[in-house]
Write a protein that binds this ligand. Structure first.
Ligand SMILES: Cc1cc2nc3c(=O)[nH]c(=O)nc-3n(C[C@H](O)[C@H](O)[C@H](O)COP(=O)(O)OP(=O)(O)OC[C@H]3O[C@@H](n4cnc5c(N)ncnc54)[C@H](O)[C@@H]3O)c2cc1C
Length: 313
């Protein structure tokens, strides 16, 4: 064989070595800790350049390449990096987490071992009201005076559930059956390994304001404390092209073009033609999710909502 191969050093990231194994606290008793990682910003560049048979270039060119890959939705170079975490998370939150099928998971077994003796608790000022507009969401907080009642009831419920569970175990009932009435707030632990492409997908969904607060707390730690250290160029590009970006539908582009051209009436006509608004001015305006989302985008762009007068009717 005439071809010569250079020795390949396993890439390490000093900032990740520093936090390896250290728990980042989440909620009242949860945590996330890095167990292992493979690759770095440089591994993405290295994988991408294999496609053209070129070696690693300068750091600013690496940054440009990573941003290009993310902007243009390339996937496989990001799959060259892997992250393994140890998590402690309440079961209701875990139930959302485990829906992400592209990770490899090993969870603490409450058939095999006694369930972790910790349940997520809610402070009197942490009880949230049901949101009206978004059926899946919450908004604002109960006054702490009212919340104290629910925190006390929560404490009683947790204590009773644990007591009944332990009574069952002491009577020799199998752990797999004794556990069935433990609350969803009971903490579980897992090892969770995922590649960077799918981690970004997870973060884009679970750091988003539509995600439930509890899982968002975990996702934000993974993003802001772990990914930021592990692959800083990817993290910067991810914030820029995913989290802080704005996606516009064809109709929204057409509406914004009319607004920018000084034709707000034409923008209103487009909204009417797409059934976002009734034809007659003054007719009651029904709730329309797509229109409401467009209005939020216009606000983000500091643009006037061309049909705002109609919304008052
Ligand atoms: C705000 C929010 C609200 C939600 N509400 C609900 C709800 O009310 N009810 C509910 O059931 N779920 C709900 N979910 C869960 C959601 O529908 C997804 O199951 C979850 O977010 C996982 O996303 P995913 O499938 O894209 O991720 P992953 O499972 O990590 O998959 C990543 C990507 O891989 C591909 N992929 C993976 N597996 C397959 C497969 N078998 N076939 C084809 N492609 C595949 C897909 O492109 C997918 O996007 C909600 C999620 C969020 C973020």
């Amino acid at each position: 064989m005439s071809q010569e191969f250079e020795k390949i050093e396993r890439p390490t990231v000093a900032a990740m070595e520093e936090i390896s194994g250290q728990p980042f606290k989440v909620l009242d008793d949860g945590f996330i800790r890095v167990v292992d990682y493979m690759g770095s910003d440089a591994s993405i560049v290295q994988a991408a350049r294999v496609s053209y048979g070129k070696g690693t270039k300068k750091i600013h060119q690496d940054r440009g390449l990573i941003r290009y890959l993310l902007r243009h939705r390339h996937t496989t170079p990001f799959e060259m990096c892997e992250l393994k975490l140890h998590l402690r998370v309440p079961m209701d939150c875990w139930r959302q987490w485990i829906r992400h099928r592209t990770a490899n998971v090993n969870e603490y077994s409450t058939r095999y071992s006694i369930a972790i003796d910790a349940a997520q608790t809610t402070a009197p000022d942490e009880w949230r009201y049901q949101a009206e507009g978004n059926r899946q969401g919450s908004t604002g907080f109960l006054p702490p005076g009212e919340g104290a009642h629910f925190s006390e009831k929560e404490r009683e419920l947790h204590a009773l559930a644990r007591q009944v569970y332990e009574e069952r175990l002491n009577a020799g009932i199998a752990r797999e059956q004794a556990r069935k009435d433990l609350p969803l707030s009971t903490y579980t632990e897992a090892y969770w390994k995922i590649d960077l492409h799918n981690l970004l997908h997870f973060l884009s969904l679970r750091m988003d304001e539509h995600a439930q607060y509890e899982i968002r707390c975990y996702a934000e730690i993974i993003g802001k404390e772990i990914l930021r250290r592990w692959c800083p160029i990817v993290w910067e590009a991810f914030l820029d092209y995913r989290m802080n970006a704005l996606s516009l539908s064809g109709l929204e582009v057409a509406i914004i073009r009319e607004i920018a051209a000084g034709n707000p009436d034409a923008a209103v006509k487009l909204a009417i033609a797409n059934k976002w608004l009734p034809e007659e001015a003054g007719a009651p305006v029904k709730r329309n999710r797509e229109r409401a989302e467009c209005e939020r985008k216009l606000q983000r762009l500091n643009l006037d909502i061309p049909w705002k007068e109609r919304l008052k009717s």
